[in-house]
Write a new protein. Structure first.
Length: 299
C-alpha cells in the first residue's frame, strides 16, 4: 500500500496511536501454512507455482509451520492447495496460536474460532487432548467445518454456535485463545479493502465510530477467557490492532478485575518486538501483518 494515499482521518488515527504510516509501505510476502498430516514437497510446490504463475516464483521456509512466497502468487490452482497440503495464513495470526504453547492432553477453547484457520492450527499442534471452538455466527461456523474437513482435522473437535461472552461451558480449559474482534487496522489486507472495495469514505463508520464500542466487547471476551481457564492454565489475548486501548488497556483491566490472573512472558522463534511481556508484530519488524499478543496465567 502507499500511505500517501491514506485519508487524513486514518493518518491522524495512526499518529494518535504512535504508529508510523511507513509500516504500510512495506511489500509483504504471502504466507502459507503446511499441513503436518499431509505435508507438501517444497520443490514440487515451487514447480506448481511456476506452472500456474507467469511471474517470478520462490518458496522460503520460515519455520516448521510456515512457508513464504511472493505476495502476488496465486495458489488456488496448485495441486498442493487442492489436496489440502497447505493453506494461506499470515505469520502473525499463527503467532497467537504458538503463544498458547500447547502440550499433550491440553483442553483448549477458541472463543472466536471462525473462520477456522487458528482452530485448525491448534488441531495440528495438539495430537491428544480436547478442542472446543465457539463462534456467534452459524454461517461462519459452517465455513469452519468445511475447512476442518478439507484439511483432515480430528473429527472430535466440538463446535458451538454461541455468544462467547455469555457462554457457560460444562468444564474448564487448560488453554484459552481470545483472538478478539478489533478495528483491524494492523492488517494490510483489511486496509486494502478500503481502497479496493469499501471506499475510504467508510473508514470513519467502519473503524473510528466502532473504536470505543469494541472495548466493551473485548473486555467481556477476555473476562470469559479468565473465567473458563483452569488454575495453572493460560489465556492468550490477541488482536490485529495497534491501539493501546484495545490491547494493553484491555489486559490491564483484566488483571485488575481478576487478581488470580498474572501476565507472563513467552518467547517465540519469530521476528517481533517485545515490550515488557507483550509481543508485537508489524510489517517493518516482522515482515507480516500487525498483531498484539498478551499471555495471562491463572495462579
Amino acid at each position: 500500500m502507499v500511505s500517501r494515499d491514506f485519508p487524513e482521518e486514518l493518518k491522524e488515527f495512526l499518529e494518535k496511536n504512535n504508529v508510523p504510516v511507513e509500516v504500510f509501505e512495506v511489500e509483504l510476502p504471502r504466507y502459507v501454512r503446511v499441513n503436518p498430516r499431509n505435508t507438501p514437497d517444497k520443490a514440487a510446490f515451487l514447480r506448481e507455482l511456476e506452472q500456474t504463475n507467469i511471474t517470478e516464483c520462490w518458496v522460503t521456509e520460515v519455520s516448521e509451520h510456515f512457508w513464504k512466497i511472493p505476495k502476488h502468487l496465486k495458489i488456488a490452482n496448485c495441486e498442493s492447495y487442492k489436496q489440502g497440503k497447505l493453506y494461506g495464513m499470515d505469520l502473525s495470526s499463527g503467532a497467537s496460536v504458538l503463544a498458547l504453547q500447547l502440550e499433550p492432553n491440553d483442553s483448549v477453547a477458541d472463543l472466536c474460532c471462525a473462520p477456522g484457520a487458528k482452530l485448525l492450527f491448534i488441531n495440528d499442534l495438539l495430537e491428544r487432548g480436547s478442542i472446543t471452538g465457539i463462534d456467534v455466527s452459524q454461517e461462519r461456523l459452517n465455513v469452519t467445518r468445511a475447512l476442518l474437513k478439507k484439511y483432515q482435522a480430528r473429527q472430535d473437535i466440538h463446535l458451538e454456535c454461541q455468544d462467547a461472552t455469555t457462554w457457560v461451558p460444562k468444564t474448564t480449559f487448560s488453554k484459552v485463545l481470545v483472538d478478539a474482534e478489533c478495528t483491524h487496522e494492523g492488517s494490510i489486507k483489511h486496509l486494502e479493502k478500503f481502497s479496493k472495495q469499501w471506499g475510504w469514505e467508510s473508514f470513519k463508520r467502519r473503524v473510528l465510530e466502532t473504536h470505543e464500542g469494541l472495548k466493551e466487547l473485548q473486555r467481556r471476551l477476555l473476562a470469559k477467557g479468565c473465567q473458563v481457564v483452569k488454575s495453572g492454565g493460560r489465556v492468550v489475548y490477541s488482536t490485529c490492532s495497534f491501539c493501546t486501548n484495545q490491547n494493553e488497556d484491555i489486559v490491564e483491566w483484566a488483571l485488575s478485575t481478576f487478581p488470580e490472573m498474572q501476565l507472563v512472558s513467552v518467547d517465540l522463534d519469530l521476528p517481533h518486538k517485545k515490550i515488557g511481556c507483550y509481543l508485537k508484530f508489524d510489517p517493518l519488524t516482522s515482515e507480516c501483518g500487525g498483531q498484539f499478543i498478551a499471555v495471562l496465567e491463572k495462579i
